[in-house]
Design a protein around this ligand. Sequence first.
Ligand SMILES: NC(=O)c1ccc[n+]([C@@H]2O[C@H](COP(=O)([O-])OP(=O)(O)OC[C@H]3O[C@@H](n4cnc5c(N)ncnc54)[C@H](OP(=O)(O)O)[C@@H]3O)[C@@H](O)[C@H]2O)c1
Length: 647
Amino acid sequence: MAALAEKTLNKSTSQHLSPATRPSKSLSMEDTTSPRARAGSWDSVSTASGGFLPEIKSKPASIKETSSRRLTVVIFGATGDLAKKKLYPALYQLMLLGQLPRGDKIRIVGFGRRAVELQGFIKKQCANVKKDARLPFEDFASRLFFHGGGAYDKAPGFESLAVLLDELEQGLPTDRLFFLSVPPTVFGACAQHVSACCRAQAPKRWTRLIIEKPFGKDSDSFAELDASTSGSWSEDELFRIDHYLGKEVVLNLSTLRFANQLFEPTWNSKCIESVEITFKEDIGTQGRGGYFDGFGIIRDIMQNHLLQVLVLCAMEPPASDLPEDIQKAKVEVLKAMSIPSLDDAFLAQYTEDNFMSEPGYLEDPGVPDDSVTPTFAAIVLKINNERWKGVPFVVKAGKGLDERLAEVRVRYKSQPYNKLLVGPQAKNELVCRIQPDEALYLKTHTKKPGLEQEVEPTCMDMRYASTFGGSYLADAYERMFLNAAKGDSSLFVSSGELREAWRVFTPLLHAIDKTRPKPILYAFGERNPRGFRDWSLAHSGVKQRQSFMETLSGLSGDAGALRAYFDRYDADKDGTLRADEIRDLARSLYDGRDPPENTLRKFFHLARGFDLKDKITFQDFTYFARCARIAHKSKPRAYERDVCSEK
Ligand SMILES: NC(=O)c1ccc[n+]([C@@H]2O[C@H](COP(=O)([O-])OP(=O)(O)OC[C@H]3O[C@@H](n4cnc5c(N)ncnc54)[C@H](OP(=O)(O)O)[C@@H]3O)[C@@H](O)[C@H]2O)c1
C-alpha cells in the first residue's frame, strides 16, 4: 500500500463531476417504490427520517440501491478515537444488516499521516466491532485498507490516495463517501483536497463528504469553515453530523408530534408551561480536558446536540418530509429565538468528589490551573413566535454529575378545571428519555381504586426495551452513514441552521470568554450544582427535583417528618431500611427509574461507612440527614472535612 502512495499522479486536480443529482428524500428503511408507498399511505410508511408528512415528491434511494451499488468509504483520522469507538463498528453493522454492500463491492480505506502495519491497525481499531457469525470478521477485515498520506493540509497525500482508490476500484464505477474524523484545524484544507483530487470519476456516481462537529467556535469561525467547505462542495454533497439527530428517541420527537392527534393541539404556550432539555454525564473529562477546556460545555453539547433537540420540539410542522423543507422549518424556529445574555446562564465547574476518589476538573493534566471553563451550564432560551411566546426552554448540560441521562421534559400547565379534583399541582408531564434506557412516559393523575374519590399521580409508561423488545436499536453513527449513502440529508445539519445556532450563542460565549465569570463549584457526582434549584425557579419558574442530600437535609430539623419518611419506605416494617428499600426511596426522587448504583453506594457509605449489604436504622438515617445538612451548607471542597469532623 505504501508503494502506491509513492506513485505520482498524472491527472488534473479539477476532475469535478457535476454534483450528484439531487437524491430524492428517503422515507423508508425499506424499498418505498411500491405504488402504495409512492402514494404516501400512512400505513405503509415507516420513515427513516423520523416520521414526517408523506408528501412524496420524488423517488428515494432505497436500501436495495445503497446495498447494491459499488462503494468506497474513506475515513480520515482512521487511527483516532472516534473511528475506533463508532465508525468501524457502525460500518461492520451496516454490512452485517445488508444495508451497505458486501464483498468486492465495498472498500473501506483508512487515511492517516503515517503508514501503519495493516493487521495491527485492524486489530486495534476494530476492537469495538460486535462480531456476528452472519458476517465473518475476516470478510469484513478483507475490505479494510490503509493509506499513510502525510499531512492533511498538503495535496500530495490526496493525490496518492486518488491513485490508490482508482486501483482498488479497478476502473469500475463506484460511489465515494469521505468522513473527516480529524481535528477541526484541518477540516477546511482536507475538504478542499478531497474535492480537488479524489472525486468519483464515473458518470452518475456520487461523491459525498461527512464532517463532524465542532463546526467552529462562534459565528466568525463557522463562517470561515463554511466558506472553505462550501467553496468546493455543494450543500447536497456535504453531510454535517450531529449524531443526536440519529438517536431513536430524538427521531421519535417528530413522529410523536406529527403522527398523533393528541399532542400537536396542546403543543403551545396555552397548554405548555416549560420545556426542559437535560444532558448529564457521570464522568468527567478523563484526561481529555485539554480539548474540552478550549470549548466548554456550551460549545461541546448545548449549541449543537441540545439545540437540535430543542428545535425538533419547537419547529412548526414542515411542508413535507423533504430535507430542504425540514431544514427550512428548523431555521425558522432558530430565527425566532432570543439571544441569551450572561444573566440567562448558570455556570458551574466540578471539583473532586466528596470521597476525593474522583479528581476535579482542574486536576485534569490538560486543564490550566486557573481555568474557569464551565463543565455545567444551564440557559433559559425563549422563542418569540405565536406558538411559544412566554414559554421558557431550559437547556442544561453537565459533566461529573450523578448519572448519565439525556431527556426532554415537557411540563403542561394546570388548568382551572383541575382544581375540582387535585389543585394547581395537577400538572401533566411528558418525558422523552433519550439515554440511557430509551423511554417515553406521560405523568398523569388517576383515581385510586377504592370507595374514596382519591386521586393519585400515575405514569403512562412506554419503555423501548419492553414495547419494542427484540427490535434493533441502531447506533446513531450507523444511521448517519446509511443516510449519507442514501443521500438523505434530513438528519444532518444545514449551513443555515449552523449560522442561526451560532447567532443565538455567540454573544453569550464571547461574554464568557471576555469576562471569565467564576463558575459555581460542585462536587463530582452531585445531582445539580448547589444554588441551581433556586436559580432555575427564579429564572424560569421550573422547579428542579431535590437530590437525596437536599431532601434529607430539608427534613433534618424535623424529627417527625424524618420518621414519617423513614416509615414510608420501611416496607417490611422491621425498623431498618435495606438496600432495596433505599432504592425505592431513591426511585421517588429519580422519577421512578433506578437510581445510579454509585449514588446508592455513596448514601450507604455516608451513613456511617456502611455498604450495600447493611441495614440502616432510624438513628443512622437521622445521622445521615444531619451530615447532609452540614454538607449542604458548606462549600463543596470543605465537604468531606466537615462531615468527618462530625463523626
Ligand atoms: N471521539 C469522540 O467521541 C468524538 C465525538 C464527537 C465528535 N468528535 C470529533 O471527531 C473528530 C475526530 O475525533 P477523535 O476523537 O477521533 O480525534 P483524535 O483521536 O484526537 O484524532 C483523530 C486522528 O486525527 C489525527 N490527528 C490528531 N491530532 C492531529 C493534529 N494536531 N493535526 C492533524 N491530525 C491530527 C490523528 O491521526 P494520524 O496521526 O493517524 O493522522 C488521529 O488519530 C474531531 O473533530 C472530534 O472533535 C469526536
